[in-house]
Design a protein around this ligand. Sequence first.
Ligand SMILES: [Zn+2]
Length: 274
Amino acid sequence: MSHIITGTNIYISNYNMFDSELDYGIRLSSFNWLNDQIEVFGEDVLPRTLLEKGFLFKNEQIHLVGPPGIWKPRIMQLPLSITTTSGGPYEDSDINSGFFEYRYQGQDRNNAYNTGLRRVMELGLPLIYFNSTIPGRYQTFFPVFIVHDEPNRLTFTAQVDQMDIIINPDRVEEKDETFWRRKYATVSAQVRLHQQKFRERVLFAYNNQCSLCRLRHPELLDAAHIIDDKEEKGDPIVPNGLSLCKIHHAAFDRYIIGITPNYEIKICGNSRRI
Ligand SMILES: [Zn+2]
């Protein structure tokens, strides 16, 4: 089975060729990136501009939302996110129950969007759900699974998982989880453990101070990666770490401040040696 539909950003090749490694890598990186953004913003409601821009995965920009509600980044074979806009043409049911209905894109159950989402259901892949409460801002839910397809009603049913399944691996055993859910939780737990060790070492190396403003409150300090840990050389080792307070870390991640190879910090044209 092969669809190539130009102009819709959907390309589904032979499913036997499905690249699960790539797909898995992008989904996991998306969840981790969203977790970071939620931490920085202090809430799970994120601006569309941020989600449109997305993040870099192996030199490829991964946009998390786009014009179609069922969204697939260019290098992926299957959709990564689904979006609804309050007051839009799609009426989706209340999410508080843990389940919600998601209307087909258009009326054709076999168009590339609906076929892609159906395949995500069959493979049990986790999605991100963005629900726009006010214009330009989206409440973020993940992982979300498509659990049911009702062609007669042109509707999918989706299930929202608890986010702490991602961040709290202890809870996984309580549930009858699929292979994918276990795998996400395990890798995520390893990443978090790694990050915790990295943080402790970097803060120790910097004497528990922000390297910019010298703030001495460890609870307000982060270990920032000088080279992003998603890049090849971005290893979680102390020489790649920088102790920064929450404000300076956010500024660093947004390129408001930067660091040169000579360990000079650049702030809006000013520089200062650390
Ligand atoms: Zn600071």
